[in-house]
Design a protein around this ligand. Structure first.
Ligand SMILES: Nc1ncnc2c1ncn2[C@@H]1O[C@H](COP(=O)(O)OP(=O)(O)O)[C@@H](O)[C@H]1O
Ligand SMILES: [Mg+2]
Length: 281
C-alpha cells in the first residue's frame, strides 16, 4: 500500500458545534506532505492538532480552502469513492473506540474491515480471520499475550497500544495518530513510537502524529509542525527546532512543554512558573 501525498491549500475548519462567533479551529493553513513522510504535530492544547488530523481524515469538511489527497479533492468525490478513499486513511484517536466486550483479536482485525468482503468481515467476527497477523502486530507492542483477552480486561495503556497496533493491520497508506502516548509510561512510549515509525517506514505509509511529548517528537520524527491558535507557527526539520521555537510556541502553556497532561480550565495559573527545561538539538 503506497503512502499518500497531501496538499492543504488555505484550509479553514470550523467545528459544526462551535459558537458562530468562535474563531475557526484551523485558520487558512497550507502544507505539502510527500508520500512516506513522517511528521509530528506539536503545540499547546486547543491549538488545533486533533482538528487537523480529523480534517485530513475527511471526518470534518473544510469551511474554505482545499485538501488534496493524492491530488484529489475528497469532498468532490461521489459518496462511494469517498468511502473507498477513507479506507486508505487510518485514524487512531487518542481514546481508541474498542468495544469493551470484544476480544482483542476481534477488535484488532476490525481494522481490516475496509479491505474485506461483507461475508469475510461477518465471518471474522465469529472465527477471526488473520489471527496470526493480529498476534504479530500485538507482539510489536509487547502485548503478545493479550490476543484472546477481552478489551474491558485491559488497562488504559494496553488499550491504547491495541489501538495503535490496529494501524499495522489497516489497509491504509496514511496513518493519523492522535496523542499515541498519553496513557503510556516512558519505556512503553519509546517502544510504541519506534514501532509506529518503523512500521510506517517499512510500508511506505505517510504518518502524522500529534504529540505533547515534545522531546519524543523531536527525537523520533524528521519533520515537526508547530500549531498555535489554529495557525502554523513553524514547519521545520526536527534538527532545526530550537528551544526558542518551543518557548514561543508554548508561551503561557509552559507546563505542557514537559509533557504533563494539559490543564484545560485552570481558573488561575500560578504567576511566574519557570519554563521546564526541554532537551532539544
Ligand atoms: N467538537 C468540537 N466542537 C466545537 N469546538 C471544538 C470541538 N473540538 C475542538 N473544538 C475547538 O477547536 C479548537 C481546536 O481544538 P483541538 O483540535 O481539539 O486542539 P488540540 O488537539 O490541539 O488540543 C479549540 O478551540 C477547541 O475548543
Ligand atoms: Mg487534541
Amino acid at each position: 500500500m503506497a503512502g499518500v501525498t497531501l496538499a492543504l491549500d488555505a484550509l479553514q475548519v470550523r467545528h459544526p458545534a462551535a459558537a458562530a462567533d468562535a474563531p475557526a479551529a484551523l485558520r487558512p493553513l497550507s502544507l505539502r506532505i510527500a508520500a512516506g513522510e513522517q511528521l509530528a504535530v506539536i503545540g499547546p492544547s486547543g491549538a488545533g492538532k486533533t482538528t487537523l488530523l480529523h480534517a485530513i481524515a475527511c471526518a470534518l469538511r473544510p469551511a474554505s480552502g482545499r485538501l488534496l489527497i493524492d491530488g484529489i479533492d475528497p469532498w468532490s468525490l461521489p459518496v462511494r469513492q469517498l468511502q473507498r478513499l477513507r479506507a486508505r486513511l487510518f485514524l487512531a484517536p487518542q481514546v481508541p473506540p474498542l468495544p469493551p466486550r470484544q476480544r482483542t483479536v476481534t477488535a484488532l482485525l476490525a481494522a481490516r474491515l475496509p479491505s474485506m468482503s461483507l461475508w469475510t468481515g461477518l465471518r471474522s467476527l465469529v472465527h477471526p480471520v488473520g489471527a496470526a497477523d493480529a498476534h504479530a502486530a500485538l507482539e510489536r507492542f509487547d502485548l503478545g499475550d493479550k490476543l484472546w483477552t477481552r478489551v474491558d480486561r485491559l488497562s488504559g495503556g494496553e488499550r491504547q497500544r491495541v489501538g495503535l497496533a490496529r494501524a499495522l493491520l489497516a489497509p491504509a497508506g496514511l496513518w493519523l495518530v492522535d496523542e499515541p502516548l498519553s496513557a503510556l509510561d516512558p519505556t512503553r512510549s519509546r517502544l510504541a513510537v519506534e514501532t509506529l515509525t518503523g512500521s510506517a517506514r517499512e510500508r511506505g505509509a505517510t504518518m502524522l502524529a500529534t504529540l505533547h511529548q515534545v522531546d519524543v517528537a523531536i527525537a523520533a520524527f524528521p519533520r515537526i509542525i508547530g500549531l498555535r491558535d489554529g495557525e502554523l507557527a513553524f514547519d521545520l526539520p526536527s534538527a532545526a527546532v530550537t528551544r526558542d521555537h518551543l518557548l514561543r510556541l508554548y508561551a503561557q502553556f509552559e507546563h505542557e512543554l514537559a509533557g504533563a497532561p494539559p490543564v484545560p480550565h485552570e481558573p488561575e495559573r500560578p504567576a511566574a512558573r519557570q519554563p521546564t527545561v526541554v532537551v532539544c538539538r
